[in-house]
Design a protein around this ligand. Sequence first.
Ligand code: SAH
Ligand code: SF4
Ligand code: F3S
Length: 485
Amino acid sequence: MKVFLQTYGCQMNKLDTALVTSALKKAGFSLTESEKGADVALINTCSVRDHAEQRVLSHLGHLKHIKKSKPNMVVGVIGCMAQRLGAELLEDRTIDIVCGPAQIPQITELVTKALQEKKRTLVITEKIRQKPAEDEALEKFESVFDSDDKQIPGQAFVRVMRGCNNFCTYCIVPYVRGPEVSRPPAAIIEQAKRLAGKGVKLVTLLGQMVNAYKYNTCGRTYCLADLLYMVSEIEGIEWIRFVTSYPAEEFYDQILKAMADLPKVCNYLHMPAQSGSDKILKAMNRNYTVSKYLELLDRARAMVPGIAIAGDFMVGFPGETEEDFGRTVNLVQKARYKNCFIFKYSARPGTAADKRLQDDVSEEVKKRRNIKLLAVQEKISDELSKEFIGKKVKVLVEGLSKKSGVNPCGEKSYPPQGRRTSPPLGPLRLRSETGEISLKANPQLVGRTAEDWIVVFNGPVGLAGEFAKVKITRTSPLTLFGEMT
Ligand code: SAH
Ligand code: SF4
Ligand code: F3S
């Protein structure tokens, strides 16, 4: 039986897809890249912005069309949108399975039942903000199935926390991913060791507020810094990253100290500010001010020289005036990010902002502010990237370069590819955009430095998943170009 799997959304979803893939493969299914040739099509969905949901809906429209000539094909919607919309999705007869993020351990069973018994099922969490009953099953699923279906050779995600308790007023995540739960350190380390054994060199530790990781056991509290020290000890793991950090004091210095002390921990911090206006930050329920945020950045740069910082911003939050937006521009100018992801505010049903505030900034204004902020960041990224000319960098090679990346969220962000993680290369990366296996001896490859700079150079395809040394000869705002040395 062949399964087609498509992922929308963030790294959490990418990791879930990898786990689901492992589970299905273990049960004897094989993967296919063509929907038409698939017996089962699973869409792992995102609800973070309306646009993300619209893309899923249009994909489902396409599957509906395919299903007309293949009525036995099983279609499943998993992930955040499944949790948010639940039964509403099942009203569409195209869909056979609706499975929330906490129910993915049941995926093999659900798919098998749908295939054999034509059974249509809905499994989501009833009371999403209650202590998760699914925790044990998820924990087991997470450790039994390694995320060894590496979407990028040599790299894997390891979840350190599930859910979120922050309730930023615009955000749907706490309502689809449930309460914040930190995983036991032993389980995390065990998983990282197994991945190292399978050739993984870069692990990225994942949490919605990863710097808040906290686990009490054996009379002590483990924080993210402790995890960094422990993962650093693992032979085979050469680079460690963690995302996403929230601008908060707790554990901050310890985490930066670990970054400074440990050569394996990449000098990279993704710490979204969202806005440069204290008024808007307050309305967003972000618990810091702009001056506090800048102070945290200064401290990071003092403790970890050469650290690359990435940010997220939202434009057009309810009540955002030209003056507020001007403050955001100021912050972007002062922060000197390596890159920023910039989003237009999208009201999400059920969130505090949607219930209490009017989405009063027009689409046209949101668009204009988005373009302006992108231009401000582009200039900074251009200046920062030029500093690399003539220098040698170490990169972890991802695979063949793809000239026109697609933003997984389909929106304008910076860099223009809008990549929150890696380019959408997947296992296909040994092929070119036309689907041909590259026959060139030294095709164009893409990799990243420890600081997450994208590097494009010519080299043998077999380097995917390996480290390479590249001398930078020219740059664009988002990419360094060079030659292997
Ligand atoms: N947990 C991470 C972010 C998760 S969502 C953090 O707190 O940093 C990723 C990004 O999507 C956010 O940083 C924010 O910039 C954006 N985002 C979240 N909700 C949004 C909404 N309703 N409209 C537009 N952008 C949103
Ligand atoms: Fe959403 Fe805020 Fe949690 Fe990030 S920290 S997932 S933006 S609620
Ligand atoms: Fe991620 Fe989207 Fe869910 S950003 S946690 S996949 S709502």
